[in-house]
Design a protein. Sequence first.
Length: 124
Amino acid sequence: MNVVIFVNDELVDSAVTFLTFENKKQYLKYMPGDLEFETSEWNYFQNSAEDVELFIDYNSYKDNQLSTNYKVTIKPYHRTKPYLVIRIYDFKTKKYRKWYGYRTNEKFYVEIECPVCGINPRRR
């Protein structure tokens, strides 16, 4: 599946990703532009009428190593699109908390871009 992930406007070049479904954890391979599935996982992912949760373990190395876990809910209509751009805004950065903090009670905000998907405006 064609997927590109950004965290705080920085391209994620590698991350530990996994799906959860049927009470199982299935690890996936991620490289920018490609999220690789096993055949059985892909069949479930494509044919399920339920939301699927994608978990991303992201490591950043600015001053020191910081590991953060994000949960992205992928809806059935997202899975029919030719590509997804997943943008995650972590509220540890004040700018993103100001822009998107009013939309969620989580510690981060997820925006999924795809053809014919709307873009959420940010607060100024």
